[in-house]
Write a protein that binds this ligand. Structure first.
Ligand code: NDP
Length: 340
């Protein structure tokens, strides 16, 4: 797969245009600041609230989303995925004009047909693979975070050049930009959220419940399983050194135990369940269900969240909060290196 770097992107495709950042949240703030530092004109569209105040104190001109959408040549829709269709319908669709560019940081609304732009605009995606605060932090220290780019609709014939210029403006080409379709971006992202993370969270809760049931102290169990941040350090090392190669930081006992039980703890593996989860995403069933859930003001989400937050492990976390904070601040990488 081609990886685009700085040399593949020409900022002049956007440097004479105005980028309207619609939504000054996680991604909005980081991308607006990075683009401005890259010499691009940026205006912000947000309703009058604390986000708008932050944008103003960062030195941006702030307008209503509808007015910013009219002022911008490139409209970066950076509000949460579940409200994008609404913001598009009320603030963009009534004024959208030929040759404008609609930019997304995720494929969801375009791929599932919740937003259907007219044929005479470009529709691009520049999707950083990182939370907003790190998009900014990496840029400020001379780096960048990787991103996926794609062109859904290429009315101008320059969609990819514009997407790459935008990626350069936010610093992503410094790290590397991969051409990944809107569809693949959203399906991989949802799969991670709906298969991988539930499996990991379930494994943690099941381990906690089992060990506490068997008489181990809840505080000790919680610290060992996730409390110290050691698990996070191991994940970081997986990214840095390699999923299996990072195992050399652990003792022989640890490596032997992990490798011999890899296939044993879930006989038959997770694949069949994961395939079902993927099929639900690919068929559009999840998007339908989630639209209905939003329409009913998230009753299932509220109920499940309430249940999760009522789990007794939350109280144990509160009890050892000081200890957890100190362990986390101290960093656990060295501990991981020497860990049995
Ligand atoms: P945030 O939750 O940080 O967005 C907050 C912004 O959206 C605020 O400006 C808020 O303003 C505005 N907003 C929220 N609700 C509404 C509404 N109903 N009408 C108008 N504006 C609203 O979003 P993210 O930055 O997390 O996500 C933006 C996009 O970036 C999404 O497509 C997401 O998938 C993508 N993305 C996010 C990543 C992340 O790390 N968060 C990583 C990569 C991509 P106000 O409340 O004042 O209206």
């Amino acid at each position: 797969m081609k990886v685009y770097g700085d040399q593949d992107a020409d900022i002049s495709y956007i440097s004479k245009k105005v980028v309207a950042i619609l939504g000054y949240g996680n991604q909005g703030r980081a991308q607006a600041l990075n683009l401005r530092d890259s010499g691009v004109s940026v205006v912000v569209g947000n309703i009058e609230d604390s986000y708008a105040q932050t944008a103003r104190s960062d030195g941006f001109e702030v307008y209503s989303p509808a007015e910013a959408a009219q002022r911008g040549d490139i409209l970066a829709l950076l509000v949460p995925d579940e409200v994008q269709a609404e913001v598009y319908a009320t603030s963009i669709a009534p004024h959208i004009r030929p040759r404008q560019v609609l930019d997304f940081a995720a494929g969801y609304n375009i791929h599932f047909g919740l937003i259907r732009p007219p044929a005479d605009v470009d529709v691009i995606m520049v999707a950083p693979r990182m939370i907003g605060v790190n998009v900014r932090r990496a840029f400020e220290t001379g780096g960048g975070v990787p991103a996926f780019v794609d062109v859904w609709q290429n009315a101008s014939g320059q969609g990819m050049e514009i997407a790459l210029a935008f990626a350069k403006g936010i610093g992503a080409t410094r790290a590397g930009v991969l051409p990944v379709s809107f569809r693949d971006e959203v399906e991989i992202d949802l799969f991670t959220e709906q298969a991988l993370w539930p499996a990991i969270v379930n494994a943690l809760v099941t381990s906690y419940e089992l060990l506490v049931e068997k008489g181990y102290a809840p505080e000790a169990v919680l610290m060992e399983l996730w409390g110290t941040g050691e698990a996070a350090e191991i994940m970081t090392e997986m990214a840095r050194t390699g999923l299996f190669r990072q195992m050399t930081y652990h003792s022989r006992t640890s490596q032997y135990g992990t490798l011999t039980n890899f296939d044993r703890v879930i006989p038959g593996g997770l694949k069949a369940n994961f395939e079902t989860a993927l099929e639900r995403i690919r068929s559009g069933k999840f998007a339908e269900e989630f639209a209905e859930e939003k329409h009913r003001d998230y009753p299932v989400y509220q109920e499940l969240r309430k249940k999760a937050l009522a789990h007794s492990l939350n109280e144990v976390e509160d009890k050892v909060r000081n200890f957890l904070d100190m362990a986390f601040k101290a960093g656990t990488h060295q501990k991981a290196a020497a860990h049995s």
